[in-house]
Design a protein around this ligand. Structure first.
Ligand code: FPP
Length: 246
């Protein structure tokens, strides 16, 4: 870890890209890359907890990923269950609370049941929040929030004149999810890919050339160190920030 004394980012979100290329470069099936990606998830969850991250959100399957070949989708859909079978005891022991965002109703019943079981069995934990984005799209999440708001307005439970950003955010998939502080993308691409569009408004973005299955604790630490070197201005000038510093 860096010797910097700044706090760890409260919320880290990761676009875990590069599984397919990692596998193809080794002459393996793309699905082998996803399986290797689960090991990287395991390492990263552990590292995040030990480094004091409060929320870790992982982009495990996007709404656009449904367009991939069926065989690849089938393997991707088998991973949450395999992961929870192996990792749930440690999550429970280490006080990790598992949550999920996305259009979960689109998931096969078996996957949904595995996710719901993990969420329910860790519901009383109050340590790190580990969020899986599954069948997730940022625009869809915003549309779903708008739909809930309209329903509340139509039911007379909300006055549209009172709508503000705080109320809007409370209608997103997880009302209590804080804004993302650090967005990491692996796989040598520099895109947001429809991930947490509302929550990344002021996120610091760190792109890594490492393919996700190769992502190690040292890469995670280096992304956090990079975050800690940034000056987060939130629209203020540097001089204003320095004047307000304790
Ligand atoms: C993008 O890489 C990655 C995905 C579509 C899936 C990510 C899933 C995991 C890392 C495993 C999830 C684990 C659990 C426990 C749910 P890509 O296939 O687009 O890679 P490429 O850009 O190299 O083709």
């Amino acid at each position: 870890m860096s010797c910097d004394t700044s706090p760890a980012p409260r919320h880290v979100a990761i676009v875990m890209d590069g599984n397919g290329r990692w596998a193809e470069r080794r002459g393996l099936a793309r699905t082998q890359g996803h399986r290797a990606g689960v090991e990287a998830v395991r390492r990263t969850v552990r590292a995040a907890r030990e480094l004091g991250v409060g929320w870790l959100t992982l982009y495990a399957f996007s709404s656009e990923n449904w367009k991939r070949p069926k065989r690849e989708i089938d393997v991707l859909m088998s991973l949450p269950e395999e992961f929870f079978d192996r990792e749930l005891p440690e999550a429970i022991e280490k006080n990790v609370r598992i949550l999920a965002i996305g259009r979960l109703s689109r998931l096969p019943a078996r996957v949904r049941a595995a996710v719901e079981d993990a969420v329910q069995r860790t519901a009383h934990n109050d340590g790190m929040r580990l969020v899986f984005a599954l069948s997730y799209g940022g625009r869809a999440e915003i549309v779903d929030a708008a739909r809930r708001l309209l329903q509340n307005c139509n039911a007379g439970q909300l006055d549209s004149a009172a709508l503000d950003e705080k109320i809007f955010a409370a209608h997103l998939d997880l009302a209590e999810m804080p804004d993302v502080d650090l967005l990491i993308r692996t796989g040598a691409e520099q895109r947001v890919s429809n991930f947490l569009l509302w929550q990344i408004a002021y996120a610091e973005i760190v792109c890594s050339g490492v393919m996700w299955p190769d992502f190690q604790r040292r890469h995670f630490e280096s992304a956090i160190a990079e975050y800690q070197r940034r000056e987060r201005r939130f629209g203020l000038t540097g001089a204003q920030l320095r004047a307000a510093a304790p």
